[in-house]
Design a protein around this ligand. Structure first.
Ligand code: THU
Length: 160
């Protein structure tokens, strides 16, 4: 038996002011779209702003449904729109933000497992890392250099 160690390195910014200007703008777009999310059941709003290589920004937020599993997370709403409309345009950066209407969200909120799997598909497809920035409500932001860094042991098409 051997032990396998999996390591991820993340960067933490204490405030939005520390972010590079283009990311700060992307994060602001993520906040704006987050606040338009449709989340009457969880009262938890999520926004995603994706910067494409051609400079376009694709936005998405969470869309809930009375039949709960029929809803969709912000990240997948945005990335599927990007995949549908800009199939050959690499995604360079992703700014994710979350906010609860019930309490103050102090922890930067990472994408859920299902969204990580979805983002992984596009990162592998475009053969270029996607930088992921995520935040809650305090201005503290976590950055991952790539999705792979957030999802060890990715299940990908090499298994099919
Ligand atoms: N949600 C997202 O939009 N992205 C995530 O990565 C985590 C969860 C949404 C789904 C649901 O509408 C609400 O947040 C509570 O789970």
């Amino acid at each position: 038996m051997k032990e396998l160690e999996i390591k991820s390195t993340l960067q933490v910014y204490d405030s939005l002011e520390e972010l590079p200007e283009d990311v700060r703008q992307l994060m602001q777009q993520s906040f704006d779209i987050r606040d338009k999310g449709y989340a009457p059941y969880s009262e938890f709003l999520v926004g995603a702003a994706l910067l494409l290589e051609n400079g376009k920004v694709v936005l998405g937020n969470n869309q809930e449904n009375a039949c709960y599993p029929s809803g969709l997370c912000a990240e997948r709403t945005a990335i599927y729109y990007a995949g549908a409309n800009y199939p050959n345009e690499p995604i360079l950066k992703m700014a994710l933000s979350a906010k609860s209407l019930k309490y103050r969200l102090t922890t930067p909120t990472p994408p859920c497992g299902a969204c990580r799997q979805a983002i992984a598909e596009y990162e592998l497809k475009q053969k270029k890392s996607i930088e992921i920035f995520f935040t809650g409500e305090t201005g503290k932001v976590v950055k991952s250099y790539s999705l792979a860094n957030l999802l060890p042991l990715i299940f990908d098409n090499s298994y099919l």
